[in-house]
Design a protein around this ligand. Structure first.
Ligand code: TYM
Length: 334
């Protein structure tokens, strides 16, 4: 029987700081779950990372650490393409073309641009504003049908769709207009100390953020201190019980249980016991991931072979799309 061609899936993570359980729950978990069903291409977005000043040695180290974490979480280089964004020059080249299909006003209105501009007022660089266009180039180069991300990336995905449609309308259909895939639960994991805020790598107080490389004691301590509410009922109700609901989302993601099962399990428990159980579950799950990541990081040669193969495959697909774009817009090609 003829093999049915799999749909294409694309996603990426920035190699800035250590990743958080928000990155895992909102994105990486889905990236792993979908690798059988789709033709998956996963990047390490180091070109996005430099829109905020990085320490070069740290950026280099974090880049390999993200690759090792991807694999330790279950991404299999035999099933999906793993590569570093800057290894495929087509990203920057397509971003330049897409810039001419993007309006300054719409970039200025992007929530993440406004947030990051406020946070890095001394460095509101063009790259920071252009960030969504580079992200659109990432996705459109690979003609991705779907893009699994957390909810904070929804606005960027919407603008990517707009840019693709604009281009397709001016020329003939060229780009696939991608759909976002957002987890039903866990699309926005919140800060443990302030459940009104997204859990972030760069939070002012790291006690509200659980990092994928936090040790067991640190994980449990952070969950013990998590903000809940003045009631005593463990129930999923994000509007009225944001702290408890956030903890339940983390718990279901790490335990594999459904929300109903989790609510039933903690019916009648005090918040102290509940928070401890969540912390222990997360710590138990992180330990083997951390040791596998360390094992992989010790074999740099193998990791580099994965990256070489990844860049080669990604580069081939990207070059073919870019060449088509260049032809359509009238660039003279030899
Ligand atoms: P980044 O590196 O900020 O985050 C990586 C992924 O993690 C998700 N995420 C969260 N999900 C739930 N709760 C949270 N607290 C949380 N924090 C982060 C993000 O939504 C994301 O899916 N621009 C992207 C990287 C990127 C990309 C792309 C993604 C570059 N090019 C092309 C998809 C397609 C970013 O900054 O992700």
């Amino acid at each position: 029987m003829e093999e049915v061609k799999k749909k294409r899936l694309y996603s990426a993570v920035q190699p800035t700081n250590a990743l958080t359980i928000g990155n895992y729950i909102g994105a990486i978990r889905n990236m792993v779950a979908l690798q059988e069903e789709y033709d998956c291409i996963y990047a390490i977005a180091n070109m996005h990372a430099i829109t905020v000043r990085q320490v070069p040695a740290e950026l280099r180290k974090n880049t390999l650490a993200v690759l090792a974490l991807y694999m330790a979480c279950g991404l299999d280089p035999a099933k999906c393409t793993l590569y570093i964004q800057s290894h495929v020059p087509c990203h920057a080249e397509l971003a330049w073309v897409l810039n001419t299909f993007t309006y300054v006003g719409e970039m200025e209105r992007m929530t993440q641009f406004k947030d990051k501009s406020a946070k890095h007022a001394d460095n509101i660089n063009m790259g920071l504003m252009d960030y969504p266009v580079l992200m659109a180039a990432d996705i459109l180069l690979y003609k991705a049908d779907v893009v699994p991300v957390g909810i904070d990336q929804r606005q960027h995905l919407e603008i990517c769709r707009d840019i693709a449609q604009r281009f397709n309308n001016v020329y003939s259909p060229t780009f696939v207009v991608p759909e976002g895939i957002y987890p039903k639960i866990g699309a926005k994991i919140c800060d443990l100390l302030d459940p009104s805020k997204k859990m972030s790598k760069s939070a002012e107080n790291p006690a509200g953020t659980v990092f994928m490389n936090d040790d067991r004691d640190t994980v449990i301590r952070k969950f013990r201190r998590a903000v809940t509410d003045s009631q005593s009922e463990v129930r999923y109700d994000p509007e009225n019980k944001p702290g408890v609901s956030n903890l339940l989302s983390v718990y279901t993601a790490f335990s594999g249980k459904s929300m109903q099962e989790a609510e039933r399990e903690f019916a009648g428990s005090g918040y102290g016991d509940f928070k401890l159980a969540v912390g222990e579950t997360v710590a138990d799950k992180l330990a083997p991931v951390q040791s596998e990541q360390a094992r992989l990081l010790a074999d740099k040669q193998y990791l580099e072979s994965v990256l070489r193969a990844g860049a080669e495959r990604a580069g081939g697909i990207a070059a073919s799309t870019l060449s088509k774009v260049y032809r359509k817009i009238g660039f003279y090609q030899l």
